[in-house]
Design a protein around this ligand. Sequence first.
Ligand SMILES: Cc1cc2nc3c(=O)[nH]c(=O)nc-3n(C[C@H](O)[C@H](O)[C@H](O)COP(=O)(O)O)c2cc1C
Length: 170
Amino acid sequence: MTKIGLFFGTQTGNTETIAETMQRVFGGEDIVTLHNIADTEVAELESYEYLIVGCPTWNIGELQADWQGLYDELDGIDFSGKKVAYFGPGDQIGYTDNFQDAMGILEEKISQLGGTTVGYWSTDGYDFNESKAVKNGKFVGLALDEDNQSELTDERINTWVAQLKREFGV
Ligand SMILES: Cc1cc2nc3c(=O)[nH]c(=O)nc-3n(C[C@H](O)[C@H](O)[C@H](O)COP(=O)(O)O)c2cc1C
């Protein structure tokens, strides 16, 4: 049983590819366990001390479908004592008024349920109008953009994972 569980949902595969890269950068499956939430019980979130939540924004400011489907069930999970990090791919040009909203929606919910957010990320280098994922001038997690800035993804992941290792203390 690893200490870190990474839970992701995806429509077209980008979030899964990113999750696999993150697992590799962390050091492999002995360090991070991946769960596609399409075939995971929500209760599994409770089995980890540290969580990484990956959700792309879909349908103009909404959660990816599998996360949407279990959103209400999250109320049954006790996140207190857990450090939780968030990431998502979005599209800052096509959806400039809703860039990364899903990450913000999940962070707000899980924080209300006791989770402690780690992995805040600067908005420097992005160009968008509005985002529910920005709090106090920072993204609440790692914002990626496979549609417009895929060349930056690997470097962003490397930097963020190094930050998370410090913040998780692993
Ligand atoms: C119909 C549609 C709606 C989308 N809505 C948003 C949005 O509101 N905000 C955003 O940042 N990205 C939006 N996106 C971009 C996706 O989040 C992005 O392509 C992402 O990489 C998809 O991840 P996935 O392959 O894991 O599903 C949208 C894409 C499509 C096709």
